[in-house]
Design a protein around this ligand. Structure first.
Ligand SMILES: C[S@@+](CC[C@H](N)C(=O)[O-])C[C@H]1O[C@@H](n2cnc3c(N)ncnc32)[C@H](O)[C@@H]1O
Length: 205
C-alpha cells in the first residue's frame, strides 16, 4: 500500500472528484466524511465540534449541511474561505500555544473532534507517513484535553511506520477504537480513519 497512483488527468476523471465539483464541495474528501458520519452516526448527540486541519473546508461544508445548528471551531495552517458561523483559527495544531487559542474559541468542551491532517508532501513516502502520524498523535492529545466524557474523535492516519504503535497507544486512551475505510477513500491509498469514543483520563479521580 502506498501513495495514490494516477496523474492529474486520472484524478479529474474520478467519480468523487466530479461529484464534489458538481455539488460545490471544496474537496473530494467531503464524501469521506459524509460516508463515515452516516455509517457511524457520528453527529448523534453532538452540539460542539472541533475540526483540525480543515482547509479548504470540504468537511466543514458537510458538517454545516448535515446539521445547520452545530457549533464549529476549525483550525488549519492555511486560510479557509469563510463558512457561516464557523470560528476559524489560523494556526499549527502541533504548536504549544494552539490549545489556549482553541479553548478561548470553544468556551468549554467539545462533543466531537475531527481531523483530516496531511503534511506537505515531501516526495518520500516513509517520511510523509511519519509526519502524518505525528499530526494524528497531536489530534489525540488535543481530543483528550477537550472532549466531553462520552466524546468522540475521528482522525485520518497513514498506515506507515509507527501506525501499529499509534493504534496500540490510542486503544489505551479510549473506551472504544475502530478503524474505518470509507468508499470515497481510494483503495490504493494508505490512509485509514480511526473513530475513538469515550476518553479515558487516568489522572482524573
Ligand atoms: C487533506 S487537507 C484537509 C482537507 C479537508 N478535510 C477538506 O475536506 O477540505 C489536509 C490539511 O492539513 C493541514 N495541516 C497540515 N499540517 C498542519 C498543522 N501542523 N496544523 C494545522 N493544519 C495542518 C493542511 O494545511 C491541509 O489543509
Amino acid at each position: 500500500m502506498g501513495k495514490p497512483r494516477g496523474g492529474e488527468k486520472d484524478r479529474k476523471k474520478e467519480r468523487y472528484y466530479q461529484a464534489a465539483k458538481k455539488h460545490g464541495y471544496r474537496s473530494r474528501s467531503a464524501y469521506k466524511l459524509r460516508q463515515i458520519a452516516k455509517k457511524h452516526n457520528l453527529l448523534k448527540g453532538v452540539d460542539k465540534v472541533l475540526e483540525l486541519c480543515c482547509s479548504p473546508g470540504g468537511w466543514t461544508q458537510v458538517l454545516r449541511e448535515l446539521d445547520p445548528g452545530l457549533r464549529i471551531v476549525a483550525v488549519d495552517l492555511s486560510p479557509m474561505p469563510p463558512i457561516q458561523d464557523v470560528k476559524f483559527i489560523l494556526g499549527d495544531i502541533t504548536s504549544p500555544d494552539i490549545i489556549g487559542k482553541i479553548e478561548a474559541a470553544i468556551e468549554g468542551t467539545v462533543d466531537l473532534v475531527l481531523s483530516d491532517c496531511s503534511p506537505k508532501v515531501s516526495g518520500t513516502w516513509s517520511l510523509d507517513a511519519v509526519r502524518q502520524i505525528y499530526l494524528a498523535e497531536h489530534t489525540i492529545e488535543l481530543a483528550l484535553r477537550l472532549l466531553t466524557k462520552n466524546g468522540k474523535v475521528l482522525t485520518k492516519v497513514f498506515q506507515g511506520q509507527g501506525f501499529q504503535e499509534f493504534l496500540k497507544s490510542t486503544r489505551t486512551k479510549f473506551k472504544s477504537v475502530k478503524l474505518v475505510k470509507p468508499e470515497a477513500s481510494r483503495s490504493t491509498s494508505a490512509e485509514i480513519y480511526l473513530v475513538a469514543k469515550g476518553p479515558i483520563r487516568k489522572n482524573i479521580g
